[in-house]
Design a protein around this ligand. Sequence first.
Ligand SMILES: *Cc1c(COP(=O)(O)O)cnc(C)c1O
Length: 407
Amino acid sequence: MSAPHPTAPRPAARHLTASTDDRIVYDLTGVERQYDSLRAELPGADIRFALKACPVDEVLRCLAARGAGFDAASPAEIAQALRTGVPVDRVHYGNTVKSDHDIAAAHRLGVRTFATDSAEDVTAIARYAPGARVFCRLATSGEGALWGLNRKFGCAPGDAVRVLATARAAALTPAGLSVHVGSQQMTGEAWQQAFDTLAGTLTELAAHGIVPDHVNLGGGLPALGYRDRRGNALEPPLDKILTVLREGVERLRGLTPAPLDVVLEPGRHLVADHGVVHAHVSRLTRRRQPDGTCAHWLYLSCGKYNGLYEMDQVTHRFVFPGRSETEDHVPAIVAGPTCDSDDAYGGGRHPVRVPRALASGDPVRILSAGAYATSYMTQGFNGIHPLPAVCTRGTAGLTDPRRTALT
Ligand SMILES: *Cc1c(COP(=O)(O)O)cnc(C)c1O
């Protein structure tokens, strides 16, 4: 056996095995607290978690046990929701896009409430889920949100009246109206506009003798711990948004003749700040860029295709265990491990401060990474496996987005 070369430091064993234990860790206590605090802010609202934000059975079970229902977007999501033991009347089919087959499958699973936004879809629901309750999604501009969700869904107010009248004529129950103001909505004004649209449509519906029993305010409530592309805290005005929601609901209740229930479909808001990615440093490098400047690049074992799909829009806070704030830092562009140039924070343009001494195999925690992580993961892109999800309790301190000292 030959001795190691005297100048080559022998790598610590952990550096050679490190990236095999990458994972995303959900703090169930944090998710429960988030749910409880939303319930306290909006008493009486029926909270239906949008499954796609975190289709992890243990997380869903803990929400169901707390009293949450589910906004499901396909028969497979409905089946997953039902596996939590949630009563089927707390699950609705919230996707306006569905085939005849999807509608029939959902109906067989016991779902009786469907989102819609077209007469064509209503006709199919009447045929494959006879007698069901439908709620009509209204279009929003998506302005003020990081992800707009506009154009593809929702109808104009006049069309909503036509769609719900079609439902009534087809012996369905025209049960409600819905909106989605766009995901990670950063403004109270967007909600205000949504309430204006809802109010106008409820009034118009009443003139046609249609009195919905609920409004569904959709998702869009923000995560608190994100940073923008330049690494600055986003600081969404959550308190203001919640005030707009409470006042908006009161206003709608004041103008309809019957009791009006309120449904919310938060996704991101309930889970984002309670999921932490445990990953590793692949390498910190320094290279001259095409424009002649020198840049550091920090490559991590986790990126856009294995857990951080939204890294082009938001950045996350990093914790490098064992490193301190006082040691030497350099500005580095942070990127994932694949051979795809989209696999980088902020389009690979915005450096953030990282410790200069970072070495291959060093651990990194990526905070507020719990939303849309497990659902937006590719299968073996460049041979990189999806991150396993692990649920724990009691690491709440690490996932609290308002805490600053984290090493
Ligand atoms: C994705 C989605 C949600 C959840 O959106 P968030 O912005 O994560 O809260 C809610 N409702 C519908 C219909 C959705 O498609």
